[in-house]
Ligand binder design. Structure first.
Ligand code: ADP
Ligand code: MG
Ligand code: ZN
Length: 476
């Protein structure tokens, strides 16, 4: 009998507010250590936290986007533990009553969709950062991150494979970036995931789970889940038992090791935060946030398919980020005749080249107007699609316009019948046997003549004109 993997995910998302959750310090990434701190986020006794309204609004917006319930009254609690990067000795979080509950996300699975339940989203604050690199015998602490607002997004144990977990995370990652509630930069720790993994025989109750920590890329998450599921299956098949524990994934070794067992688990001794009143939001405020909801990735994808006639695949590629979608719509505005050609050239040619160069659409040397200029020259027959690819290469390298490249390299397509007829006659004179065979019924040789003429013009002859003239001249 086969095994089924069961996965539930806890995702920590840094909310992209200008200031921290409970004080006015900047949240900007990368500053000199400990320069963005104050008595509140340094955990000095007697300091009072003041809740950041923007963090609340962005958490509500996220809740509405996952079709969840917004609790008009929620509470803050203290989660108590000791760690050097947590100067207060507790983290302000929401335990008993979170701001957001009972939502879901539909994720693509095979040809269809699967609904993944989201148990809750609660607000909390980030801790500081311990630094070990390049230091010997000591660790340093940077408290710039201390107090940066977080949303913890907790899923139901609804995923059944590492691939489903990744599909869920990608969907969630795309969503928070579209909503502009987080920059979602995983390398900067703005989108972090803990994975709870168990295995069972299909139909049986859930097995005991292990929680995997420290997963900071989609690739490692997939590896870690697969490794953990196999570890549990082998353990059970060898007569052992899975114990509930927290495990750390070592991406260099591709394996995980136990960090602490259930017996050693923290008892956080949650209790209500006495320095913050219950968080009350009105139905009107929630309605106003709902009214400001931007177009979501799914809606945008559908609109691209309907409005521009794009394939599901192209629509998906071009709506991965809001920046890509905006760029595409600028391209269509500048070359409105053929939205499909726009999609094709942007998705395959431009993004392919940017990808190879390790660049982002935001720093593309060819902007939407410039690419439209190239597509205009294909449209009006100045160059063929094939030549246009070379022109795009040159545009990427130099930043020049399509017209400038075509002019400088003399790439104008030859459509003049007189010039093409002369070439065809030369090719026919050089290949008398083929001409005779063609005239005796070997139709297949037509392609040979097209090829010869194109070769003679280094691809610059207009293929439609070549075809048309060849048919006439070969008959004589
Ligand atoms: P805790 O408070 O200890 O973190 P929760 O009940 O809040 O525990 O669950 C945390 C996460 O673990 C949730 O995402 C949930 O879906 C997931 N989870 C719970 N039980 C299982 C299980 N048996 N297998 C896999 N994931 C699970
Ligand atoms: Mg947990
Ligand atoms: Zn501060």
């Amino acid at each position: 009998m086969s095994w089924e993997v069961v996965i539930g995910l806890e995702v920590h998302v840094q909310v992209n507010t200008k200031t921290k959750a409970f004080c006015g310090c900047s949240t900007a990434f990368g500053a000199e250590p400990n320069t963005q701190t104050c008595p509140v986020c340094l955990g000095m006794p007697g300091q009072l936290p003041v809740l950041n309204a923007e963090a609340v609004q962005k958490t509500i917006l996220t809740g509405l986007a996952i079709n969840a319930t917004i609790n008009l009254e929620s509470r803050f609690d203290r989660k108590n533990y000791f760690y050097p990067d947590l100067p207060k000795g507790y983290q302000i979080s929401q335990f008993a009553v979170p701001l957001v509950e009972k939502g879901y996300l539909d994720i693509p699975v095979g040809d269809g969709e699967k609904r993944i339940g989201i148990t809750r989203i609660h607000m909390e604050e980030d801790a500081g950062k311990s630094m070990h690199e390049g230091l010997e015998g000591v660790s340093h602490i940077d408290l710039n991150r201390s107090g940066v607002p977080l949303m913890e997004i907790v899923s139901e144990p609804d995923m059944r494979s590492a691939d489903e977990a990744i599909a869920y995370l990608k969907q969630l990652h795309q969503l928070i970036r579209f909503l502009d509630v987080s920059d979602g930069d995983m390398e900067k720790g703005q989108f972090r995931c803990d994975a709870n993994v168990s295995v069972r025989r299909p139909g049986e109750p859930f097995g005991t789970r292990a929680e995997l920590k420290n997963l900071n890329s989609f690739r490692f998450i997939k590896q870690a889940i697969e490794y953990e599921a196999n570890r549990q299956i082998e353990l059970i098949e060898d007569g052992g038992e899975v114990v509930q524990e927290t495990r750390l994934f070592d991406s260099a070794k591709g394996e995980s090791r136990s960090m602490r067992s259930k017996e050693e688990a923290h008892d956080y001794r949650y209790f209500p935060e006495p320095d913050l009143p219950p968080l009350r939001v009105s139905a009107e405020e929630v309605a106003a946030i709902r009214a400001g909801m931007p177009e979501l990735p799914g809606q945008l994808r559908q609109r691209f398919e309907q409005e521009y006639g794009l394939s599901a695949y192209d629509a998906d590629v071009l709506t991965q980020t809001r920046e890509l979608a905006t760029w595409y719509e600028q391209l269509v505005a500048a070359h409105p005749k053929d939205p499909k050609r726009c999609a094709n050239w942007m998705a395959n040619e431009l993004l392919g080249r940017l990808n190879e160069a390790g660049r982002d659409i935001a720093d593309s040397p060819v902007n939407a107007q410039a690419l439209a200029g190239l597509l205009d020259r294909i449209e009006d027959g100045t160059i063929s699609g094939k030549i246009a690819k070379d022109v795009l290469d040159a545009m990427m390298a130099s930043g020049d316009s399509a017209d400038a490249v075509i002019e400088a390299k003399g790439l104008k397509q030859v459509s003049d019948t007189g010039a093409i007829d002369a070439l065809i006659r030369e090719v026919m004179a050089a290949n008398p046997q083929q001409v005779e065979q063609y005239r005796n019924g070997r139709d297949k040789l037509f392609g040979f003549f097209v090829g010869q003429v194109m070769k003679a013009t280094r691809g610059q002859a207009n293929p439609a004109v070549v075809n048309q003239r060849l048919k006439i001249l070969l008959q004589d």
